[in-house]
Design a protein around this ligand. Structure first.
Ligand SMILES: Cc1cc2nc3c(=O)[nH]c(=O)nc-3n(C[C@H](O)[C@H](O)[C@H](O)COP(=O)(O)O)c2cc1C
Length: 190
């Protein structure tokens, strides 16, 4: 069975765009047909035409939606919450983050809450990418996209999305060891 995946993203500096692209590579490797949509000027209606949905944005402001994502979120609220029009669809979220800010990666939670309100089923743990990608995070993201499709097909067990990723989980995604983290902190680096 061919599964169709919509990947919606917002991104200012390109980090979250890269997450969307790598997730698309992984989903494609798992045999899905993927469509990448910029959240800007895009109506959430299109999501109803896909089997699986991945949505991501950088956490912004004080742990808020990115401005480019907000109209899309509002269109989800208006068009998809009434009647829970994403019922029966699998979904997962991804977010950009930076531990220098107090609400670390909170966009993930905002996106997941909206997806649930729309009736979607969160099939796997949301992915947080801190600042710029590196080879470890690219590989993790590719695998994340791949496994999402496997879960959608029922070939892999679903994964709880809570507790959401914390700083140590994000370090693992980014391939940063605890020793490296310690020396970064001593050096005042993130
Ligand atoms: C103005 C601004 C506000 C931000 N606010 C937060 C925040 O509240 N929490 C967080 O974890 N990251 C925050 N970030 C970090 C971004 O999410 C992070 O830099 C991300 O990689 C940007 O993704 P992009 O390259 O796709 O735009 C903020 C970044 C900027 C520039």
């Amino acid at each position: 069975m061919t599964v169709r995946i919509a990947i919606v993203f917002a991104s200012s500096g390109g980090n979250t765009l890269e997450t969307a692209r790598m997730a698309a590579v992984g989903a494609g490797e798992a045999g899905a047909v993927t469509a990448l949509y910029s959240a800007r000027d895009f109506s959430a209606d299109v999501l109803t035409e896909h089997d699986g949905i991945l949505i991501g944005e950088p956490t912004w402001g004080q742990g808020d939606h990115h401005a480019d994502f907000r109209p899309f979120d509002e269109s989800m609220a208006q068009l998809l919450v009434p009647g829970q029009r994403l019922r029966g669809k699998g979904a997962a979220a991804f977010a950009g983050c930076d531990r220098a800010y107090p609400n670390f990666g909170r966009a993930l939670e905002l996106i997941e809450q909206r997806l649930v309100e729309c009736g979607a089923d969160i099939l796997q743990r949301g992915l947080m990418i801190e600042l710029r990608h590196n080879p470890a995070s690219r590989e993790f993201t590719r695998r994340w996209g791949h496994d999402f499709v496997a879960r959608l097909r029922g070939e892999l067990e679903r994964e709880a999305n809570e507790p959401r990723m914390g700083r140590a989980d994000v370090d693992r995604v980014m391939g940063i060891s605890s020793a490296e983290r310690e020396s970064r902190e001593l050096g005042g680096l993130r």
